[in-house]
Design a protein around this ligand. Sequence first.
Ligand code: ZN
Ligand code: ZN
Length: 374
Amino acid sequence: MTVLATRPDEAMSVAGRLDELRPLLPGAGVDALWVSERANVRYLTGFSGSAGSLLVTSAGALLVTDGRYRTQAAEELDRSGASDVEVSVGGGAEQRQALERAVGASELSRLGLEAESVSWAAMRRMEATLDGVELVATSGLVEGLRQVKDDQELERMAYAAALADAALAEVRPLVRQGSSEREVSFALDTAMRRLGAEDRAFETIVASGPNAAKPHARPTDRLFQAGDAVIVDFGALFDGYRSDMTRTFFVGEVPSGVMGRVLEVVSRAQAAGVGAVRAGVAAGEVDRVCRESITEAGFGEMFEHGTGHGVGLDVHEAPAVGRSSTAILGAGAVITVEPGVYLAGVGGVRVEDTVVVTDGGCRPLTCFPKDPVA
Ligand code: ZN
Ligand code: ZN
């Protein structure tokens, strides 16, 4: 299968991102920020290791990590244009000393922690280490910057989505009577890897028949039967960025009863939701449009999750696209639109696209056809 997108081969530059973050610090009531959320560290520095935190002060930045990442950290920071970030490598005690020195040198008095990702234990260690510094809970500072993607990020996400499209084109014939959920999910995962994905973006969902009524079902050994709805929800990971797409297929033919009706209702709601996406619109409005369409058709109570979410370095990131989402969509934000209707014990339908918000509307990244029957 061919991947219908250009593979981004140039290293991602993170230059300028720290300077976008710094002006936000006073508004959060802090002099500096201790960035511990992995995706945020990667976003700001290009460092992709599994352990490492970043101190961002008004004038500088210090990445602390352990000995496993000595070479990798130096290489990745260099490649991503973050060579102004200082690196300190060592065990826990050495990392704390490095932090203490950096905090002392910059004479800061209020240090922000990322409240969503710092454990209680880590916070207590910081308190013990940084005598006289006030620790302040912050939320969503880097996540806010990550919402709007630059061209390099969009290229990676488009490529991840194209990898997933090509993998599904290859595996689609397997969605037939007698195949199992596990067989299809394994085939998709391997196809994505073979085509060049680093990994799958998240645990692939293949849910058939009554299992399709569980929005986040794990693949089982269940064999597809004629008339089953099969929900396939999956994505690829490429250079740190993820895609997310759901298609619902029917085995043999679309049944004429309630499931056929559900397919129509969800497909229409999904198209309406995508049609409501535009820069300047509140994320909650996209949810309202999808939900209203489903509710008018009488299935509102069977659509129990939010309409979508942001995607990027994480598969679920800001902005949430739900009933109470007040975030205003910016041009360049990447979100999913994924309404679903689930009939317990019978089946379910979900259709999901990942789209880039533009001034005039949106551009889908996930392009696999929505035909329910091959
Ligand atoms: Zn999904
Ligand atoms: Zn999703």
